[in-house]
Design a binder for this molecule. Structure first.
Ligand code: GLN
Length: 487
């Protein structure tokens, strides 16, 4: 059989449209790769063979009848944070282990309408809280480049599945870096869109003012194809933005000569691993060769982003997760003695340690005596962080730097030290606080582990980001590399 797994969405799409490949064969190909390889990676929580094959048969009919779109017949995986009708939607938590969603998230239904097949649901940190995928109730995911190492998080299952080509692409969500950081650590391309571009309806809420869904794929070209399906106004999400959408695939090949790239001094400081720094610098040189101009900039309030995030995100999660009380839905403890016992034991047994830590921090930060000192202050600092970017974008078109301060660390290495884990997102978090779009693209390796280049854009400039990423990917083949054990 042809090595379909080596192909991008764009290439697979061309073959499907030309009738050179059927969705049934392609879907079977990926299902068999999952059964062959996933035991060692644990990137999927749920695989839905029968449903996938039924969807593929339907897609083949659409392809034959000529009513197919560009992604019709392509199988992908969804992060298990997106509600999917009739399929367990666990959010990586014991709390929702038995939850079969009665409805589809907008992202999931958009893909279904586009004729895209769901292979299954990918593993993730519990309720998307983490940077290593070790907080999942279903066990950690391993990095396909080095199975001693973590894949990053919280969309670690999606990143590992795409990196090992158990799925040609997947969905992810990013609250503080959870698309970009695992994309970087697994050597794939991930895009976190502008806040409000992709509907959050049916995407289980962690921190509502920060959460945003986006594509995780092999290339920028593939991310563009996915974003065309994912983006759009949704009246069921009150923060969804109604704007005219471009065709994200259309301008992807434009020249980037004259592009002004801002390099924040703060992103190249002591905290950055020297090997990662060298890879990023080489990528920047390549951009210079493509005609871009490199400009040093300052984001003076960068140092506030981790502390601000770890007030705002826990505060919002403490409110969002109050719905999991053992009554309305989710896990319920055995034989509760009274209502209080029902609440406390259901939550105590259903949530893992990191989720509890965040709920406690958040509840404290929102409590009457501390609201002004913590939550209000954090919101004020959040403005300063956004203003830094606003200032910077007066002078540059995009901002570049590392997506993560280091390559994939080993399992267990940071598990007992939450603060060092929180620092994994030092370069990604500010983008969420400001609501901006950001990408990570593969830029090289250090000791056999991938490095991600982060590209940050101004509001709703996803087309520009994709164009800037695509130009680099035309010149390089980092995004084409597949870890040996999966070829
Ligand atoms: N690692 C960050 C956290 O633990 C970000 C997670 C995310 O983006 N969902 O909160």
């Amino acid at each position: 059989m042809t090595d379909f797994y080596r192909m991008t969405l764009a290439e697979l799409s061309a073959m499907l449209q030309a009738g050179e490949l059927s969705s049934t064969d392609l879907t079977e190909h990926y299902l068999s790769r999952i059964s062959q390889h996933d035991a060692g990676l644990n990137s999927f929580i749920t695989v839905v063979e029968d449903q996938a094959m039924a969807q593929a048969a339907e897609a083949d009919r659409a392809l034959q009848n000529g009513d197919a779109g560009p992604l019709t017949g392509i199988p992908i995986a969804h992060k298990d944070i997106f509600c999917s009708r009739g399929i367990r939607t666990s959010c990586g938590s014991k709390m929702l282990d038995g939850f079969i969603s009665p409805y589809d998230a907008t992202v999931v239904s958009n893909f279904k309408q586009a004729g895209v097949i769901t292979l299954g649901k990918t593993n993730m940190d519990e309720f998307a809280m983490g940077s290593s995928n070790e907080t999942s109730f279903y066990g950690p995911v391993r990095n396909p480049w080095n199975t001693d190492a973590v894949p990053g998080g919280s969309s670690g299952g999606s990143a590992a599945a795409v990196a090992s080509r158990l799925a040609p692409a997947a969905t992810g969500t990013d609250t503080g870096g959870s698309i970009r950081q695992p994309a970087a650590l697994c050597g794939i391309t991930g895009l976190k869109p502008t806040y409000g571009l992709v509907s959050r309806y049916g995407m289980i809420a962690f921190a509502s003012s920060l959460d945003q869904g986006g594509p995780m794929a092999q290339t920028a070209e593939d991310c563009a194809m996915m974003l065309n399906v994912m983006a759009g106004f949704d009246h069921r999400d009150s923060t969804s933005i109604e704007i005219e959408l471009p065709d994200y695939s259309a301008g992807i090949d434009q020249s980037i000569s004259g592009l002004r790239i801002g390099l924040p001094r703060e992103y190249f400081d002591e905290g950055l691993d020297p090997g990662v720094k060298a890879v990023i610098q080489a990528a920047l040189e390549q951009y210079r060769d493509l005609g871009a101009e490199l400009v040093e900039i300052d984001l003076p309030n960068s140092g506030l982003s981790v502390p601000v995030y770890y007030v705002v995100a826990p505060a919002e999660c403490s409110a969002n997760l109050s719905r999991f009380d053992g009554v309305r839905y989710g896990y319920r403890c055995e034989n509760p003695s009274d209502l209080n016992d029902l609440y406390t034991r259901s939550r105590g047994e259903g949530f893992g340690a990191e989720v509890k830590r965040r709920i406690m921090v958040g509840t404290y930060a929102l409590s009457a005596g501390y609201y002004d000192a913590y939550y209000l202050k954090a919101q004020q600092c959040r403005h300063l962080i956004s203003d830094d970017f606003r200032e910077a974008f007066k002078n540059v078109d995009v901002i570049m730097g590392p997506a993560s301060p280091e390559t994939a660390f080993n399992l267990g290495e940071k598990a007992e030290d939450p603060v060092s884990m929180y620092l994994s997102d030092i370069y990604t978090i500010a983008v969420n606080l400001a609501g901006l779009p950001g990408m990570s693209i593969p830029a090289g390796f250090v000791d056999g582990k991938p490095v991600g280049l982060q590209i940050i854009g101004n509001y709703f400039e996803e087309s520009r980001l994709l164009n800037v990423a695509h130009k680099y990917q035309q010149q390089t083949d980092w995004h084409r590399q597949i870890p040996e054990d999966y070829t």
